[in-house]
Design a protein around this ligand. Structure first.
Ligand SMILES: [Zn+2]
Length: 248
């Protein structure tokens, strides 16, 4: 069997140690049998055909700007079945002005009350299923991400707010998504909000969450083929770009 192919693209704000995080992800994927390409330029998103041939795209890029055509290439690839999976600001605080990216990923970071060093619990949902199998609730001392989240996502893990005080803390307590999945076309999207620094990504629970999320997201193309074989009417589905007027 051919090995699955993953592309990791790292860059953006260096406070998130993107190079180190990309190296951890590379090790995780290679130990799972992936053929991995690591890039430090968004130009890697310029070649639509190359993206479409992948099984998984892993963005590790906080607070940058992306060419709209390149964002569209990623979106189109994912809609065709390529998975996208990432963590923390590297996927959901990547391109603040690009709503199409946010529509695809399912969320955008907006705050981390208390900043780094807040101790909080990550609660795994009992119905999280195989993606988070083997991982129990755990505590972490890091940034607690407050995100604006697509209501269509499937939430697999949460953390309760408020922990640190702030203007949000007079609201009722809320269970903020930490891990979610969603579909984008037939592609699979996986996100975990942990990962402020490389040492957090190295935590056994976080690494396992990412490993199992990568596996799931990368299997979208194969499972789409199986679905298409089972139901040939999938063949005339139009690709939705959704990008005609939002990023002029
Ligand atoms: Zn951070």
């Amino acid at each position: 069997m051919d090995s699955k192919r993953a592309l990791i693209v790292w860059g953006g704000w260096l406070g998130h140690e993107p190079e180190q995080v990309a190296a951890i992800f590379r090790n995780v994927l290679e130990s799972d049998g992936f053929e991995v390409e690591v890039s430090d330029t968004l130009e890697s998103f310029a070649d639509a055909d190359k993206l479409a041939a992948l099984d998984l795209i892993v963005p590790v890029w906080t607070m940058g700007q992306i060419e709209q055509a390149w964002a569209r290439n990623v979106s189109t690839a994912v809609q065709s079945g390529v998975g996208i999976a990432g963590c923390h600001g590297g996927m959901c605080d990547s391109f603040r002005t690009n709503v199409d990216w946010q529509f695809m990923t399912g969320g955008q970071w907006v705050a981390h009350p208390g900043n780094d060093g807040v101790e909080y619990t990550v609660n795994i949902k009992p119905a999280a299923g195989p993606i988070l199998e083997g991982i129990g609730d755990f505590k972490v001392k890091s940034e607690q991400y407050y995100l604006h989240v697509d209501p269509a996502v499937e939430v697999l893990a949460t953390t309760r707010f408020p922990v640190a005080p702030g203007p949000h803390s007079l609201n009722k307590p809320v269970d903020m998504p930490v891990v979610w999945t969603k579909r984008w076309g037939v592609g699979r999207v996986y996100y975990c909000s942990l990962g402020h620094k490389a040492d957090i990504v190295e935590m056994p629970q976080v690494k396992q969450m990412m490993r199992q999320g990568f596996r799931w997201a990368a299997d979208g193309k194969r499972s789409a083929r199986v679905d298409a074989a089972a139901s040939s009417k999938n063949a005339d589905k139009q690709t939705y770009t959704g990008m005609a007027d939002s990023q002029l």
